[in-house]
Design a protein around this ligand. Structure first.
Ligand SMILES: Nc1ncnc2c1ncn2[C@@H]1O[C@H](COP(=O)(O)OP(=O)(O)OP(=O)(O)O)[C@@H](O)[C@H]1O
Length: 342
């Protein structure tokens, strides 16, 4: 049995809120006249539905953070979107992120919010917590000061936080508390779309469970969509409805989370699941041979083929497309379904 955190998944509904089509985003550097491209996001298509938690998993450097920065329209040089599109639908408003950057600016905080890695980056260490709410949320809510403060206090209470945290400095709170405050900050405007990048990585497992429970509860109450990024598969098992696995800038597999854990179709998914600790199993977990490839010079064909235990000749020559999988998702593998989790 796989040891996972226990947080109940939400009901999945169907309208698409985010549609990404054949997205390519590269880091482009010119060094002494030599152009170097790191293909961090390389031909990704996916949709995220209303009221679902969509997970993105993959080893370090697989492109997870680059993908979510790209979808939030939060890219800076040397990163460039070289092809493809990102579209959001918020109520009746449609936004093409790269054709309509002004619309996207307005949507930020109101319709879309971002919980980043490490809560201290959004909470100024020398200012009280209340100022973070003033700085980020006040102008988006159209309330007078008093009504705004009341709204913030009642939101904190709904999340089980004492409104007195508003008077605290970040360093006076524990790591878990700070992350709860960050979730409160990201959700006070009741956004339809929340991006969470490794929000619980630095926390111990019990606090992590608490913070994940909170995020799930707010998501369920608001009916928001969440894109949740972490390399930790046990967290995906606990919180996500659907899961995408990234390998070397591309999607390897996507599908309903539970079905992927029960019956992974891609050998890389099977490897990630097999590396999780299991209750009562004292055997040493086998790691995959080799390292993730350089995205400046990725392998030909399927990028996973040099490390794949079941690769055949074709895998080094042809790029596998993402095609419907046997478990109601999509998979990019010529030998899909021929692996099992041992
Ligand atoms: N500013 C940059 N310039 C050049 N390459 C970059 C830059 N930022 C990231 N990269 C490269 O892009 C690739 C993808 O990185 P990214 O941070 O998106 O991966 P990740 O899956 O989020 O990793 P992690 O789990 O470690 O955060 C990596 O090869 C990384 O070295």
């Amino acid at each position: 049995m796989t040891k996972v955190l226990e947080v109940k998944p939400a009901i999945v509904q169907s309208a698409d809120v985010l549609t990404i089509k054949d997205l390519k985003a590269y880091y482009v550097n010119d060094l002494f006249g030599v152009r170097r491209e790191v293909r961090a996001v390389d031909g990704i298509s996916l949709t995220v539905r209303r009221n679902e938690v969509y997970g993105i998993a993959g080893e370090s450097s697989s492109g997870k953070t680059s993908l979510i920065k790209t979808l939030a329209g939060a890219i800076r040089p040397p990163m460039r979107v070289v092809d493809g599109s990102v579209n959001f639908t918020f109520g009746n408003t449609k936004i093409d992120v790269y054709a309509e950057p002004e619309k996207m600016k307005t949507a930020r905080w109101q319709n879309l919010s971002y919980i980043m890695q490490g809560s201290m980056s959004v909470l100024n260490p020398v200012r009280r917590i209340k100022h973070a709410f003033d700085d980020f949320a006040y102008r988006h809510m159209g309330l007078d000061r008093q009504a705004f403060r009341q709204r913030v206090q009642s939101h904190l209470q709904k999340l089980g936080l004492d409104p007195n945290v508003l008077e605290a400095f970040p360093h006076q709170l524990s790591g878990g508390m700070r992350q709860r405050v960050t979730i409160a900050l990201a959700t006070v405007c009741e956004p339809e779309f929340i991006i969470a990048d490794e929000p619980t990585t630095a926390l111990d497992v019990l606090v992590q469970q608490d913070v994940l429970g909170l995020l799930k509860e707010v998501q369920g109450r608001l009916g928001s969509s969440v894109v949740f990024v972490t390399h930790d598969m046990s967290v995906h098992a606990a919180i996500t409805d659907r899961l995408a696995i990234m390998y070397a800038g591309r999607l390897a597999e996507e599908g309903p989370t539970q079905a992927m854990f029960d019956n992974p179709q891609h050998p890389y998914t099977a490897h990630l699941i097999a590396s999780l600790p299991r209750i009562g199993d004292l055997s040493i977990r086998k790691s995959l041979a080799g390292k993730p490839p350089s995205l400046a010079n990725p392998p030909s064909g399927c990028r996973f083929h040099p490390r794949c235990p079941i690769a055949v000749d074709r895998c080094s020559k042809e790029v596998p497309e993402m095609l419907p999988s046997a478990i109601g998702g999509r998979v990019a593998c010529f030998r899909a379904g021929e692996v099992s989790v041992k």
